[in-house]
Structure formats: C-alpha cells, structure tokens
Design a protein around this ligand. Structure first.
Ligand SMILES: [Zn+2]
Length: 166
C-alpha cells in the first residue's frame, strides 16, 4: 500500500484486527520510507454498483462519500463512530443486495435519510436540509417540527441552532 504522505510504494502492517462489529479489518500501517503511520480498512464488497445522478451522470458507488455526509450530519452529536459505521455498512449492504447494477442517487439519499431518522433526529434534519431542496424556509420549518414531534422530547433541549443565525 502506497504511503499517503510521501508516496513511497511500500508500507508495513503493524497491527491488524477486526472492528467491533466484525464487518471489516482495520490495519495500522507504517511507511518504510518516511515512518508515517496510517490506517486502512478491508471490507466486503458484494458487487459493483453504479450510482446514477441527474443529467445522465454516473459514478461508482463510493462508501467514503456517504461517510463524509453522514459524519457531517452527525457532527458534535453524541453518536459513537461504531453506530455510524454500522449505519453506513447497512446502507452499503442494501445497495449491493438490491439486485440492481445501477441505483439512483435519490434512492441512496432515501436510504441515508431512513437510517439517520432512526439514529438521531438532529442528524436526520441536518442531512435532510442539505439533501432535500426546500424551496421555502417555511417548508423546512414544517418538516423540522414534524420530525421533532415524531422524535419526542428526548433531545428537544439539545437542538443545534448554531447554523440558523441570520
Ligand atoms: Zn511515507
């Protein structure tokens, strides 16, 4: 595995262990040239899936992109990395076992929304506010308040209001 820091072609595995949910293997590596340490993950990929987007654009399903948007939605929420990884692995599994070689990006977005809705209402609202194109601020407020009602009062005092300043 090439070193991401100095691009040297060789690195040594220092430690190798399964993640807690046993869905992947985590390897700590060290570059034999510059000595930098980094981590790689080995995961099962059942099949190649293409994500189709608007305007005939297509790209290979990329787990890292989902990780990025889910991590952003879950930022500063009290959600363990373990649960986030499980959510993403679940989505990946659903995409790979759907029987289609091509999955619309809208379907992928729905899977992420469904998963986040069960995980954390604030993360769900954050993701939806980016993913759904709310044309009116009022539409978004209605959506957000309906989510809060469904989610109950468990975290009503812990809403993130930092981004709503105007
Ligand atoms: Zn290096």
């Amino acid at each position: 595995m090439r070193c991401p820091f100095c691009a040297h072609d060789d690195s040594q595995v220092k430690d190798s262990r399964p993640t807690e949910d046993n869905a992947s293997i985590r390897r700590r590596r060290q570059c034999s040239s510059c000595g930098a340490r980094f981590t790689t993950f080995e995961r099962v990929q059942l099949r190649e899936v293409t994500i189709s987007k608007s305007g005939d654009r297509r790209e290979a399903f990329d787990r890292r992109k989902i990780e990025q948007s889910v991590s952003l939605a879950c930022r500063k929420r009290d959600i363990s990395q373990e649960r986030i990884d499980q959510l993403i692995s679940g989505i990946q599994r659903q995409v790979e076992t759907a029987g289609e070689n091509e999955v619309p990006s809208s379907r992928l977005g729905e899977l992420v929304m469904d998963g986040l809705r069960q995980l954390d209402s604030v993360a769900y609202i954050r993701f939806a506010s980016v993913y759904r194109d709310f044309s009116e601020a009022r539409d978004f407020e209605e959506f957000a308040s309906s989510v809060q009602e469904v989610a109950g009062s468990e975290d009503a005092d812990d809403r993130d209001q930092g981004s709503s300043d105007s």
